[in-house]
Design a binder for this molecule. Structure first.
Ligand code: OAD
Length: 244
């Protein structure tokens, strides 16, 4: 690993009091959770239009639930990796560190992080299609058929932001405010392809933050990044920690 790059990142982080980490599917890849757009990505094998849109759910809710239950069964079996665990340890290192994640797998929380903004929802939550009430569903065994709201009997849907849907407004406002206020933003394991998440680093840079990217591949953000690590977050985040 490039020593001078590690030193430069450690130096930025030593001085920073407020840090934001924007994460994507890549941070969970080493845990065994498939990403979306890589070689073996989910969107290479499945059509998002059939599984992750409100129209798809309207047409065939059983199919959509089957797919989410399959993903739940994959995620249930895996554990947070050294990337998630390093970020969890960093909560006591800075005055303030927030994780803004596009992931729905809940692995940051399982690793022990507390300040987490889940931009795209959570696969362990359901939402009533009639009244909008959100329920925790982690404890429930993967059942068959359509889950129903315990209050009104309407069908429950995954509490996930699908293509064509708006992100929760207060969640998004909070994410942009934190991005504008941080001194360092780390962008870890995202293709930076999906908006509005991909605009958060731009906001941070425009407000004067230093941008550090960790990804085995270049992304549209790479040119803007002050420091770019080409590699796996489960190796690079612990190495940066050791350098700090
Ligand atoms: P993508 O699958 O688009 O991108 C994953 C990124 O992780 C790629 O840039 C990879 O190069 C990188 N990567 C792979 N292995 C890695 C590793 N070990 N360490 C670090 N990086 C690694 O996933 P996202 O950018 O998260 O939406 O996709 C954004 C959204 O698109 C997702 O939240 C999802 C999807 O549709 C919803 O679920 C609502």
């Amino acid at each position: 690993m490039d020593r001078s790059l590690l030193e430069a990142a450690a130096d930025l982080l030593r001085k920073a009091k407020t840090v934001v980490v924007l994460t994507g599917a890549g941070i969970s890849a080493e845990s065994g959770v498939p990403t979306f757009r890589g070689k073996d990505g989910l969107w290479k094998r499945f059509r998002a239009e059939d599984l992750a849109t409100p129209e798809a759910f309207g047409r065939d809710p059983n199919l959509v639930w089957e797919w989410y239950r399959w993903r739940q069964s994959l995620i249930r079996k895996v554990a947070p990796n050294p990337g998630h665990l390093t970020l969890a340890r960093w909560e006591t290192r800075f005055d303030r560190i927030d994780i803004i994640t596009q992931n729905v797998d809940g692995l940051h929380r399982r690793a022990g992080s507390k300040n987490i903004i889940e931009l795209h929802g959570n696969i362990w939550k359901t939402r009533c299609t009639k009244e909008g009430t959100v329920f925790d569903s982690e404890a429930e065994p993967a059942e068959k058929g359509l889950p129903r709201c315990p209050d009104c009997g309407a069908i429950l849907r995954p509490h996930i932001v699908w293509f064509g849907e708006m992100l929760d407004r207060s969640v998004l406002e909070n994410a942009f405010a934190l991005s504008a206020a941080c001194r360092v933003m780390l962008v870890v394991g995202t293709s930076a392809y999906v908006q509005p998440a991909a605009s958060l680093p731009l906001t941070a840079v425009q407000a004067g933050a230093a941008l550090i990217e960790i990804n085995p591949e270049p992304t549209p953000l790479t040119e803007m990044a002050h420091l770019s690590f080409r590699g796996k977050s489960g190796e690079i985040l612990p190495a940066i920690e050791a350098a700090i």
